[in-house]
Write a protein that binds this ligand. Structure first.
Ligand code: HEC
Ligand code: HEC
Ligand code: HEC
Ligand code: HEC
Length: 113
């Protein structure tokens, strides 16, 4: 019985590992229609929020608004000028939090004191 349980746990953790591993190695079709990149499956915010619903709750940073002022060039906006999740997050980054800059610098880039 002990043996069965530990085998079960090992198999389960291997499955979990492969799941997270697929994302860590950025399985392209998680977001893209095809394996080679190209178009993404949904409009940007909608895409990210499919899996990160908590990130559009109250208290989170606003998205899908057009900044009233010029934001620095290294922060991508959509074609129609909207701020999205990938304005702050680099969608292909392997860094923790996938941020374009370290938090303090990030915030201060747009919010000057
Ligand atoms: C977490 C979601 C996500 C994953 C996983 C992902 N991408 Fe992307 N990718 C995006 C988004 C979002 C964009 C920007 C699309 C836009 O601006 O409309 C993008 C843009 C691109 C572009 C256009 C140039 C660029 O870098 O902006 C290429 C090429 C690309 N991805 C290839 C890939 C490949 C190849 C993989 C797998 C190794 C991959 N992507 C995995 C979300 C993802
Ligand atoms: C203005 C910049 C900014 C925007 C816009 C933004 N984020 Fe973030 N995000 C951050 C920062 C900074 C952190 C790290 C600190 C924290 O957890 O709040 C973070 C953390 C995260 C995390 C990691 C949470 C954890 O604890 O592991 C996820 C997932 C995430 N953001 C998803 C999103 C999604 C999805 C969107 C769009 C709906 C989004 N973010 C929009 C700045 C931003
Ligand atoms: C198919 C589901 C899925 C989609 C779509 C998706 N993510 Fe994630 N994302 C995950 C999972 C799973 C993790 C890893 C577990 C965790 O940290 O929550 C993750 C982790 C993250 C993290 C935290 C990384 C860390 O080091 O903690 C950020 C930031 C993030 N995603 C942003 C985005 C953004 C921005 C988009 C849209 C371009 C996006 N995600 C689209 C599932 C997804
Ligand atoms: C790419 C530019 C950009 C970055 C980076 C950025 N912000 Fe913002 N932020 C905005 C815009 C645009 C608004 C909408 C209100 C405005 O025009 O000031 C906003 C609004 C806010 C608000 C709400 C203020 C209000 O008047 O309702 C807070 C709080 C905030 N940001 C905090 C942060 C924090 C914390 C960070 C770093 C994690 C950050 N921002 C990074 C552009 C940015």
């Amino acid at each position: 019985m002990k043996y069965i349980i530990s085998t079960f746990i090992i198999v389960l953790s291997m499955l979990m590992f492969h799941l997270t591993d697929a994302l860590q190695t950025k399985e392209c079709t998680v977001c893209h229609v095809s394996h080679s990149g190209g178009p993404v499956k949904k409009p940007l915010t909608e895409l990210c929020v499919t899996c990160h619903k908590e990130r559009i709750q109250e208290g989170e940073h606003v998205v899908d608004i057009i900044p009233k002022y010029q934001v620095p060039q290294n922060f991508p906006l959509t074609k129609d000028g909207k701020l999205t999740c990938i304005t702050c997050h680099d969608q292909h980054s392997k860094e923790p939090m996938m941020l374009r800059l370290e938090p303090m610098t990030l915030c201060n880039s747009c919010h000057k004191k």
